[in-house]
Design a protein around this ligand. Structure first.
Ligand SMILES: [Zn+2]
Length: 120
């Protein structure tokens, strides 16, 4: 269909619509007034549904962020323990360090073998 023709049809529809509306004005007015109630119900219900959903989502996000916080604290606690573990492990490693040349060994036994071979 040609755009100009579409515009013509559209304009005709507007004209007919206006004419029809004016012709049934009392009925149109009644329809509009009668429609306000159901429209309010629909819009109100939509808002309630939408916002309750939003509220639910926010609560879930809050809960998940709280869980994240707990997980972070938990992880920090574990990492703290790990750090302590490393600090505790370091003296053992120092114990595996040759007192003569400072070379470190995985085992105390290996260090003793090294000392026996190189320094005695
Ligand atoms: Zn050594």
């Amino acid at each position: 269909m040609h755009p100009a023709l579409k515009i013509l049809v559209g304009a005709l529809m507007v004209t007919l619509g206006v004419y029809s509306t004016l012709g049934f004005w009392p009925e149109v007015l009644t329809f509009v007034k009668a429609g306000i109630g159901p429209l309010l119900v629909l819009v109100g219900a939509f808002i309630v549904w939408l916002e309750s959903d939003e509220l639910k989502m926010r609560r879930e996000q809050k809960e998940s962020s709280q869980t994240d916080g707990m997980q972070r604290q938990f992880t920090e606690a574990i990492e703290g323990e790990t750090d302590e573990g490393v600090e505790q492990a370091q003296p053992v490693q120092e114990g595996n360090t040759c007192s003569e040349c400072g070379k470190t060994f995985d085992t105390e036994r290996g260090m003793h073998i090294h000392q026996a071979q190189k320094h005695e």
